[in-house]
Design a protein around this ligand. Structure first.
Ligand SMILES: Cc1cc2nc3c(=O)[nH]c(=O)nc-3n(C[C@H](O)[C@H](O)[C@H](O)COP(=O)(O)OP(=O)(O)OC[C@H]3O[C@@H](n4cnc5c(N)ncnc54)[C@H](O)[C@@H]3O)c2cc1C
Length: 292
């Protein structure tokens, strides 16, 4: 049973509490944690709530990219006009998480820290090459998101560490991106398979690309081999098909009651192809310098 809930107002106070209360759990939106407690999977003695730390709800454009505070809600990301325009796949993923009620409570930090393979916000952040800033009483460190997940519900975070913010590199002109999620229903269901694609096209050539998958491996999966294969191509249908085939063979899906591994692998190729086609279309139609 939870004995006490603490409401720190600064990050410093938060990491101090986490250091002195090893049996405490960070409580953000509670949409994963409270379910886990109800199911008996978590039994924290204390909650350290992030609800009063308003500084971490920020979505901010900086000279070197986008900063998203860990307690920004999915709804605030999905509705942010600049995120939609410049980091389309991130807004699309945030807008497909749970229901409207869930999105208004659930945070980006909570989605990453829960570290489930189907976490919707992870693939687009991986595709854009995001980093996470982790803080503790000992100091802070920056970890590439591609090195953050270690297995289902496992991350590199140490006891007493807090995920403070996510930083996404600046996107150059002519960047397009797309997130696609396959599930039984358009809302509320978690992904059977998901794919995020990002491409930068200049003078008809793909200068940079990002590709990541969800729900088809023990962790959200960045498909570096496919990203490399796309750079320098004209993003023809053949180039895209090749990248989709690489993604399908990189996936390590499982059979479960929701779908077979074989179906998931086939859908990786389909979603990757469609996400890349849409990202290419957006990149070609934008062709403008990104404002800061
Ligand atoms: C009905 C329903 C539908 C859902 N649908 C989807 C869906 O479609 N897609 C999807 O991806 N998810 C879905 N979820 C899962 C959930 O909403 C998300 O994972 C959500 O983003 C978790 O964020 P939260 O703020 O609620 O985290 P919490 O539940 O508060 O915390 C989750 C975990 O992360 C830790 N934590 C939280 N923030 C931090 C931090 N800043 N630093 C360190 N540790 C932290 C907590 O201690 C806890 O262990 C759904 C959940 C529900 C209940």
């Amino acid at each position: 049973m939870v004995e006490n809930v603490f409401f720190p107002v600064t990050l410093e106070e938060t990491v101090g509490l986490l250091a002195s209360l090893p049996e405490a759990k960070v409580l953000a939106g509670g949409t994963d944690l409270l379910v886990a407690i109800k199911e008996g999977k978590e039994k924290p003695r204390f909650f350290v709530s992030l609800s009063k730390i308003t500084s971490q709800q920020v979505i901010e454009f900086k000279v070197d990219g986008l900063r998203i505070g860990a307690t920004a809600t999915h709804q605030s990301i999905a509705e942010n006009a600049a995120v939609k325009a410049k980091y389309t796949a991130i807004a699309e993923a945030a807008g497909q998480i749970g229901s409207w009620q869930v999105r208004n409570l659930a945070t980006v930090g909570g989605n990453l820290c829960s570290a489930v393979p189907s976490a919707d916000i992870a693939p687009p952040l991986l595709a854009f090459g995001a980093d996470v800033k982790l803080i503790s009483r000992q100091g802070e460190r920056t970890v590439p998101l591609s090195g953050f997940f270690q297995g289902p519900m496992q991350t590199v975070m140490e006891p007493g560490e807090l995920l403070a913010e996510i930083n996404v590199p600046l996107v150059p002109k002519s960047c397009g991106s797309c997130y696609l999620k396959l599930g039984p229903r358009a809302a509320v269901d978690i992904a059977l398979v998901s794919a995020a694609a990002m491409v930068v096209v200049e003078d008809g050539i793909c200068r940079s690309s990002g590709l990541a998958l969800g729900a088809v491996a023990p962790t959200p999966l960045k498909v570096t081999e496919a990203e490399v294969a796309l750079v320098g191509t004209k993003l023809t249908e053949d180039d895209i098909e090749r990248a989709a085939a690489i993604a399908a063979s990189a996936a390590r899906p499982i059979d479960d009651h929701r779908a077979s591994a074989g179906y998931r692998r086939k859908m990786v190729a389909v979603l990757t192809r469609r996400a890349l086609q849409k990202a290419r279309e957006l990149a070609l139609s934008s062709g403008r310098e990104v404002e800061r």
